[in-house]
Design a protein around this ligand. Sequence first.
Ligand code: 5GP
Ligand code: MG
Length: 171
Amino acid sequence: MSVDVLIPEAAIRDRLRELGGEVARDYAGKPLTIVAVLTGSLIALADLIRAVDVPHRIGLVHASSYRGATTTASTLVINETLAPDVADRDVLLLDDILDTGQTLAALVDHIAQRGAKSVRTAVLLRKIGRQTVPIEPDYCGFTIPDAFVVGYGLDYDDDYRHLPYVGVLKT
Ligand code: 5GP
Ligand code: MG
């Protein structure tokens, strides 16, 4: 398998700096906790927060969806072993990619139920034409066509996460 570059390293870096600046302006003086969805958003988290030049906490939550081979219906499993206390915090949920929207929508509800003061969302990527759950990310890095992408945290069979760019996997 080979990977065609879709979003080069420098473009991701520049965009995350921009988004980090926006987040810093929007959350200045607020009790911000950025909660990253493992594992795919780890690298985006590390780059984003270095551009968020206001005090904030970070937290992690693990979510995985198991999809049947013949259906797009999926069961989302949220593992909260690492989840931070978000009571009275303004939470910004960060995920790698918004595809159907199921993951992000479920996590927003979940974090709201745990007593967060506010919950907004950020995604590195948003795939066009796949969304089934109505949710608008508050911060979005790039919109991409409907293709399976890897790199910059996103995996295929737990590989390719280390690529410094986002690329399309070719079989
Ligand atoms: P959703 O719940 O929005 O359908 O799916 C979000 C999750 O599906 C992402 O967090 C990611 O783990 C996975 N996903 C969706 N599209 C892609 C893709 O193109 N590449 C990879 N590697 N993962 C994807
Ligand atoms: Mg994911």
